[in-house]
Design a protein around this ligand. Structure first.
Ligand SMILES: Cc1ncc(COP(=O)(O)O)c(C=O)c1O
Length: 278
């Protein structure tokens, strides 16, 4: 993980570490967080100096726009450690660019590369003990941005908070995932926010997914909202179908998330002379 970001970051180290109290063999996804987080506020039209500080709750005005109008976006990525104790990220620049596309769609300010990638590298340097080596181990990285400006008026905020939190993880799913094809509900529509990693895209899936869970399925395969005849993606992943020796996946559109894994699988398949139809 080499880098040469030069931005200022204020670092206030946590007084002690929780790492010895964590059972790394029995982690449930997304419930354990490392000792530090990165916080950077956008005010008066510009980003302030990012701060790395102890992971802790913070106060917001009850009228903060994120609570009322859902101006919130995020990314999801992982860090891995190899046998020489080097920490690796998988195409983080792709997550950075996608984050700013989401920001644009939600009328939020773009984050600079120094804050997103430079801040992430610094945070990972501080938290490298939390990245465990060995198959299946990773550190899940959650960059996100919320509108923290007050006012119950339906207009974009002028004040935002960008943060990165880290969570040691094992696999998101284990074993088989049973899926149901959407025939009524939709995740996204043309002209909507389906291609953004916006918080609202996930909360909108909770109710249909709850109904699917009650029928014994873990995930929904979303279909096009107009006809429900074309398979698009699942709630947290793009999908590929293998028919004989060809891989099929939905084209990227305004309705699906342009997945980095999807893109990488297409690249690798082409390199291995595996036919992919999009
Ligand atoms: C809706 C959706 N589609 C696809 C993906 C896969 O994206 P990526 O491969 O970039 O992680 C995700 C990831 O969380 C997702 O939430």
């Amino acid at each position: 993980m080499s880098h040469n970001y030069t931005n200022d970051i204020t670092i206030n180290r946590a007084g002690s570490s929780k790492i010895d109290s964590v059972d790394f063999e029995n982690l449930s996804f997304g419930n354990t967080f490392t000792d530090h987080m990165l916080v950077c506020d956008f005010k008066n039209g510009e980003w302030e100096t990012p701060i790395i500080k102890a992971y802790e709750p913070f106060l917001l005005d009850p009228s903060a726009k994120v609570f009322h109008y859902g101006q919130a976006i995020f990314e999801g990525m992982k860090a891995y450690k190899d046998d020489s104790d080097d920490v690796w990220l998988f195409r983080p620049d792709e997550n950075y660019h996608r984050f700013n596309k989401s920001a644009e769609r939600l009328a939020m300010p773009e984050v600079t590369e120094e804050i997103f990638l430079g801040g992430l590298h610094k945070l990972l340097e501080i938290e490298k003990e939390w990245v465990k080596k060995g198959k299946g181990n990773s550190l899940y990285i959650r960059p996100f941005m919320i509108a923290i400006g007050p006012g119950v008026i339906a207009a974009p905020s002028t004040h935002y908070r960008f943060m990165i939190i880290l969570s040691p993880a094992r696999s998101y799913y284990s074993g088989e995932v049973k899926v149901i094809i959407a025939e009524h509900f939709s995740r996204a529509a043309n002209g909507g926010i389906g291609a953004a990693k916006a918080a609202g895209n996930y909360s909108a899936q909770f109710y249909p997914t709850k109904l699917a869970n009650e029928q014994g399925y873990q995930q929904i395969i979303w279909t096009d909202d107009a006809t429900h005849t074309r398979l698009e993606e699942a709630g947290t992943m793009n999908v590929f179908f293998r028919i004989y020796d060809t891989l099929y996946t939905a084209p990227v559109s305004e309705r699906i998330l342009d997945g980095i894994t999807r893109k990488s699988i297409i690249d690798m398949a082409e390199r291995e002379n595996i036919k992919v139809e999009v």
